[in-house]
Design a protein around this ligand. Sequence first.
Ligand SMILES: [Zn+2]
Length: 246
Amino acid sequence: MNNDQIISQVTAFKKESRSEFEKTVAALIALAYKYSKFGANFLWTSDPVLEREANRILRGLSDELSAKAKARALAIISASGWDFGEDAWEDANERVDVPILTRFDQQASFLRDLLEIWIAIAFAEKMTQAYLKICVIRYLSNPYASPLWRGLPAGLLKHGPGYQRDIINQLALIGQDAIIASSRLAEWMDARARGANYYIRRRGSFYPCGECQELANKPIPIDVPWDFTHARCMCYPEYHYENLQI
Ligand SMILES: [Zn+2]
């Protein structure tokens, strides 16, 4: 598999995920401002219609990113001339502890919790929607650096499950892992179908990882599926079609 293909699809996904994220933040803020009467006591659960609508927008983010990551993975797989795109995407999802959609949903719910606090502050300070949106996008991963949070007790966010997380970065990483894992799996399915006998796992990164090191540089029978050991694993396979000589 051509590394450039992976890099260009992953980079494109990163841009897409950022723009979907910004669209979602804008939609949630616009929705919240219809309920500015709640002021500093604003909660997504303050009104059942508000809550339902916010959850719909957040689910939309997960669904959209999941679909976009899948499209990027399938693009790599078909450009490489392999079949098995759909199978590889599903298989890769079944092999991980937490499926991609659930991982996106987790980030969406961190965003929901974090925005709730931002919005309550903005209402208390009578901020405009536009200003709040800029602050949220700029300071999301480090809210205490924002002028909006000045004077608030440090540690306020420790009570929420979503404080100080770099959600934009996480969304990109979740997609990246799913794209790479499913592409590698399609590659393995293709090699097996074409009669490969074994493969050797090579480390694509110098980052010390005992798990990957343990599997690396020795022949693995072709019937053992490619293992995307952990998030951000950059290992790659070398397929061998000759008989294994020991
Ligand atoms: Zn690895």
